[in-house]
Design a binder for this molecule. Sequence first.
Ligand code: TZP
Length: 212
Amino acid sequence: MSKLDLSLYLVLDPELCGGLAGMVQTAHRAAQAGASVVQLRAPQWKKRQYLQAAIELKAALDPLGVPLIINDHLDIALAVDAAGVHVGQADLPVEVVRRLLGPDKLIGLSTSNASQLAAAPLHLTNYVGVGPVYPTGTKPDASPVIGLAAFSQLMRDKRLPAVAIGGIQAGMAAPLIAAGVDGVAVVSAICGQPDPAAATAALLNEIRGARS
Ligand code: TZP
């Protein structure tokens, strides 16, 4: 399994990105500007449309060497030979996904509290998403907001590579990196921005600055 760079993890949202074409364009621009992972997340989409988006995203991201992660849909990840699958707490368990996906693909797991983090299967999970750290309008059914203080506490007991997610906008990444997270995951801070490449570059700059 190659080492995963979680620095800036873009989660795509078809509504914020302007549909399938907008999503592919945003992903491509963000990846060119340094986004290190891209996740296709479109819970409202039917399978056929999801598959088409995955095919187009894979074609756009492969030449840039940026891994494509598929949210929830294991079959689509297998169909397009994506880099991995991201599951939530109510999706297929990591153990099942790992068995079906094999040892070489990536598996990410959404968590929103200490007990979910403690329950993440250590040797089967490549990374955890932890959030929402801040209030977000992007995921209406998100778990309760964690807040920076509790998030920092969670990072003290970190057992797996982790990305912070939820309400992270430009200028908000540095304290999360300082708390020990490996990267930040964003939707609206890149998707739907007038210049996704500039938004990506600014966030990356902040992340790198906070590390040095
Ligand atoms: N999971 C927890 S919060 C969230 C997801 C997918 C949405 C984050 O969106 P934004 O726009 O970066 O706040």
